[in-house]
Design a protein around this ligand. Structure first.
Ligand code: NAD
Ligand code: AKB
Length: 312
C-alpha cells in the first residue's frame, strides 16, 4: 500500500464518488478522506472516513489537513458551466477561491501533490473547432470557463514560484451512472441514457449537430490517477492537459442507443445551454498527454452506451 493520506474535496459529486472509490482501492480506505458540503453519498458509506468540509472556510480546511495528516488533496468542488451562468459572481468566487485556499495550504504544509481539474470550457468561440490544440487562442465566454482558465495559471504559478506539485486535466464532458452530474452543458449525454431506459424517448436541450468532446467516467478516473502517478519529469504542462476520447452530437448518441433500444426516439428543444455548447470546440487534440504520460482512452461511443444501459 502506498504511504499517502489523501483528502478529496467535493467527494459526493459526479467525479468525486468514483474517484474516491478508485483511490481507496489503491491507497486503502482509511487513507482516503472523503469530504463535501453535502451528506455522505450512499456509495461511499462504509468505504472510508468522511468529514464535512466547506472548502471556502480556509481555517477549517487547514485544521483538517493538519489533523488528518493529509499529504495530497484532490479538489473537485466547483460550480459547472450551466449553473455558473445563473450566478456568475458565486461561480467565480467558489471556483477560484477554493483553488487558492488549497494551493496556499499545500504550500504551507508541503503537500506532496495536488489535483485540480480544468475543462474544455476554457476554450471559446475563437479557439479552433476541430482538434483544438493544447496551446491556442483561448478566449472563454462563460464564467465557468474564465474561472478555469484563471485557475490553470494559478496552478502554473504555484508550481513555478513555490514548487507545489499541482497537476490538472481539461476534462471533456463526462458520462457516468453512479452519481448524477452537477449542472453542466454536457449533462444531456447522461440524462439521455436514463430517459432511454425509463421512457424510451428524450428531449435534448442541445440541437442536432452539436458535436462536443466527451469521455466515459472509467477513462477519466484512470487518466486522473495515471497523471497523478506519473513521474514529475514527464509532466511538461503545468497549466492543464488537453484530454480526449470521443466526440459526438445528440443524434449520434441517439443512434448508438437505438442499437440496444430500437424504439428509442430523440427530439430537440434547445435552451440557454446551446450558446455555451456552440462556444466550445467539437474535438480536442490531446497528443501532449499521450506523449508525456502515455494517455490512451479505452471507451468509444458504442462501448460506453452498452455499459451505461447495462448499469443504469
Ligand atoms: P459536481 O457538481 O458533481 O460535484 C462537485 C461537488 O463539490 C458537489 O458534491 C458539491 O456538493 C461539492 N461542493 C460544492 N461547493 C463546495 C464547498 N464550498 N465545499 C466543499 N464541497 C463543495 O461536479 P463534478 O462533475 O464532479 O466536477 C468535479 C470537478 O471536475 C469540477 O472542478 C468540474 O469543473 C470538473 N469537471 C467536470 C466535468 C464533468 O463533465 N463532470 C468536466 C470538466 C471538468
Ligand atoms: C460542463 O458541461 O460544464 C462540464 C464541463 C465540460 O466542464 N461537463
Amino acid at each position: 500500500m502506498k504511504k499517502e493520506k489523501i483528502l478529496v474535496i467535493g467527494a459526493c459529486g459526479q467525479i468525486g464518488v468514483e474517484l474516491t472509490l478508485a483511490l481507496r482501492k489503491i491507497y486503502g480506505g482509511a487513507n482516503v478522506v472523503a469530504s463535501d458540503l453535502r451528506e455522505e453519498n450512499e456509495l461511499l458509506k462504509g468505504t472510508g472516513p468522511y468529514v464535512s468540509i466547506d472548502v471556502m472556510n480556509k481555517e477549517m480546511l487547514h485544521v483538517q489537513v493538519i489533523r488528518q495528516n493529509i499529504t495530497q488533496i484532490y479538489l473537485l468542488a466547483a460550480i459547472l458551466s450551466a449553473t455558473g451562468e445563473k450566478n456568475p459572481p458565486l461561480a467565480w468566487h467558489l471556483n477560484t477561491q477554493s483553488l487558492l485556499n488549497v494551493l496556499d495550504i499545500a504550500k504551507e504544509e508541503k503537500l506532496t501533490k495536488v489535483y485540480w481539474p480544468s475543462s474544455i470550457a476554457v476554450f471559446g468561440p475563437t479557439s479552433p473547432k476541430e482538434f483544438c490544440p493544447q496551446q491556442t487562442i483561448i478566449e472563454p465566454t462563460t464564467v465557468y470557463g474564465i474561472s478555469k482558465y484563471a485557475g490553470e495559471f494559478w496552478c502554473n504559478y504555484y508550481f513555478h514560484r513555490y514548487g507545489v506539485d499541482v497537476r490538472s486535466i481539461r476534462y471533456p464532458g463526462l458520462i457516468s451512472y453512479k452519481s448524477s452530474p452537477g449542472g453542466g452543458t454536457t449533462d444531456y449525454a447522461v440524462e439521455i441514457y436514463h430517459e432511454a431506459k425509463e421512457k424510451k424517448k428524450y428531449i435534448s436541450f442541445l440541437e442536432a449537430g452539436t458535436k462536443l468532446p466527451m469521455m466515459y467516467m472509467p477513462d477519466a478516473i484512470r487518466a486522473t490517477i495515471e497523471l497523478m502517478e506519473a513521474s514529475a519529469k514527464n509532466i511538461s504542462v503545468r497549466t492543464s492537459y488537453n484530454l480526449a476520447a470521443m466526440s459526438f452530437a445528440p443524434e449520434e448518441i441517439a443512434s448508438s442507443i437505438q442499437k440496444f433500444i430500437p424504439s428509442f426516439e430523440i427530439s430537440y428543444k434547445s435552451d440557454y445551454r446551446q450558446q455555451i455548447a456552440n462556444s466550445w470546440p467539437k474535438s480536442i487534440d490531446d497528443s501532449t498527454a499521450r506523449e508525456d504520460w502515455g494517455w490512451k482512452h479505452e471507451y468509444d461511443l458504442d462501448r460506453m452506451t452498452k455499459d451505461m444501459l447495462e448499469n443504469i
